[in-house]
Design a protein around this ligand. Sequence first.
Ligand code: HEM
Length: 189
Amino acid sequence: MNQQPTSRYDSFSLFLHWSTAVVVTIAFILGPGGFGRLMRQGVDPATRSDIVWHESLGMLVLALTVLRLAWMALRPAAPQFQLSGWMHWSAKLVRIALWVLLFALPVTAFMALGSEGHPLTLLGGVRIDRMPFIAESRVAGLADWGDVHQFLGDAIMWLAGLHAIAAIFHHVVLKDGVLMAMLPRRKSR
Ligand code: HEM
């Protein structure tokens, strides 16, 4: 693998980053409001396209996140930027929080479904009716996992927004190439 200093991420890293951003945003928009009420009314979630799409896109985010983590261990050297003290630490903190949320969202969704006995319903008719290992676990009753999931869903959008504002600040004010590192290279004519 190439370990030379570089100013850009490789194209597969770009694909994983931007597809995650788009899919998380669509999953957030399709977040099934009133899920608990629908379940109490006996609605089968498989008949609700917002729920099926939300859960399928959420699972796709999980797959992209696992792939991204694996790719980080294998990919060519990533660009390195010298940032001042507080910028370095705040950027690092936001990045760690985004990683934690990308894993915590599916985990809390499974906790919500499993602890309340609702099925996981995905595109293509994929369905898991029961998750006994969650329902019977001690953590199932520790929280309203649907509320926790909803809170984390809002939090990831706020943090992603902050992350995007910081990237624009780097581009417009600091002009240091941080944003360009995550954009596709323009074809030279
Ligand atoms: C990218 C990741 C995800 C984001 C940003 C996200 C975001 C959200 C948000 C904001 C809500 C609340 C919607 C509202 O009340 O208006 C929600 C609810 C829900 N999400 Fe997700 N979600 C993600 C992944 C998942 C996954 C992977 C699943 C299933 C495996 C899932 C299943 C659910 C369910 C069942 C609810 C309803 C929870 C309840 O009210 O009890 N989500 N999600």
